[in-house]
Design a binder for this molecule. Structure first.
Ligand SMILES: NC(=O)c1ccc[n+]([C@@H]2O[C@H](COP(=O)([O-])OP(=O)(O)OC[C@H]3O[C@@H](n4cnc5c(N)ncnc54)[C@H](OP(=O)(O)O)[C@@H]3O)[C@@H](O)[C@H]2O)c1
Length: 337
């Protein structure tokens, strides 16, 4: 057997407080070890850059333990099986899962979220619109938001990898769909491409003036990925029986110390709101059915998506900073040659 090349990897080397910075990471090259029974080796093709990586890198309250210092940065990726000791993962098949910010990963079935031997879409899609971003939009909107025709659906991070899909799915269900984004161009994109009837730049004026204009009659479903002031202001505009999908908390700079905000429990009570937290990794059993539905919508041209693909492993840390600064147009991926 020819010697395996060294594995280039990005390690988390210091514990960030808030958004991880490039200095929190280091690149190294590791010797690749032989695989054992039940394992398979994957050559990563597209590394995912996700807002969730802030939470995985930081200490503190989360649904998963923090990435240990000195280890490969936790990340989802799409790759091709190049060596196998597992009959269900033949060489040449493609997988999406916990493969890390690195060129090669040694995996077991527990690391894999989806497997596709005959891809129904470009491979990059399986790390975005057919990965956790599109799946979160689909499963959280329908599972927690439960939109009905005629509902007003408000979406934060409206132009992003998750939000752009939420807009289109809600529109297809007969809802009035309103987006919030941090950039005029993205607001235009939301309306031109992602199904929104209206989209506003939340950075123009106060959030109250923006919402007064955008949702004057209130909100039935708030698909929220930012929390903070936008959530506080929207709670006071929810219609009776409204549903809030808590998908993310991008606007909160740090959870340590815990932020203190307005008291909104009265709004939840008097408006009879349902407020549900969603973590996509609780729904892996639903992935294959949901991927099939999203892939069919993609093929029929009913779903548009944007990708922001940057070439080279070294660019991953800066891409995460850009994501939090809003300097992304769609799903951020790192392509590896
Ligand atoms: N719960 C789950 O299982 C799950 C799964 C996937 C994603 N998510 C969440 O969904 C959200 C979107 O993820 P994505 O992958 O689709 O990323 P994305 O929307 O493509 O990119 C992140 C966007 O967040 C916005 N943002 C950043 N800082 C902000 C702030 N301080 N206030 C308001 N908006 C801010 C920026 O958009 P603007 O330029 O428009 O401000 C930025 O482009 C994130 O909160 C993520 O954690 C949750």
């Amino acid at each position: 057997m020819t010697a395996l090349p060294a594995n280039r990897r990005i390690l988390l080397v210091s514990r960030p407080v808030g958004i991880p910075q490039p200095g929190d990471f280091a690149i190294d090259e590791a010797v690749q070890e032989p695989i054992h029974d039940g394992q398979f080796r994957i050559r990563n093709l597209f590394l995912s850059v996700d807002p969730a990586q802030r939470g995985w890198a930081n200490e503190g309250s989360n649904y998963a333990p923090a990435v240990p210092l000195g280890s490969v940065m936790r990340a989802l990726a799409v790759g091709r099986v190049v060596e196998t000791a597992h009959a269900d993962f033949p060489v040449g098949s493609h997988v999406y899962g916990w493969l890390g910010w690195q060129h090669y990963a040694v995996a077991t079935p527990a690391d894999i979220l989806s497997q596709f031997t005959a891809p129904a879409a470009p491979l990059s899609c399986y790390a975005g619109i057919l990965g956790i971003n599109g799946l979160t939009a689909h499963l959280a909107l329908n599972g927690i938001g439960r939109p009905r025709a005629g509902d007003t659906v408000l979406v934060s991070t409206a132009a992003g990898a998750v939000g752009s899909v939420v807009g289109q799915l809600a529109r297809a269900q007969g809802c009035e769909v309103v987006g919030l984004t941090g950039d005029d161009d993205k607001a235009r994109l939301c309306q031109a491409r992602f199904g929104y009837h209206r989209a506003d730049n939340y950075k123009t004026g106060t959030i109250d003036t923006v919402l007064d204009a955008a949702v004057p009659d209130g909100v039935d479903v708030f698909f929220d990925s930012v929390g903070g002031e936008i959530l506080d202001a929207t709670l006071r505009r929810m219609r009776t029986g409204g549903r809030i999908v808590q998908c993310g908390t991008a606007s909160i700079a740090t959870w340590n110390p815990a932020p203190v905000g307005l008291r909104n429990e009265r709004e939840v009570l008097t408006r009879r709101l349902s407020w549900g937290g969603f973590v996509i990794f609780d729904h892996v059993a639903e992935f294959s059915g949901a991927i099939a539905e999203l892939a069919a919508a993609l093929r029929s041209g009913a779903l548009a998506y944007d990708e922001d693909i940057r070439a080279g492993l070294d660019r991953a840390p800066e891409a995460l900073v850009d994501l939090y600064a809003g300097r992304n147009r769609g799903k951020v991926l790192i392509s590896l040659d």
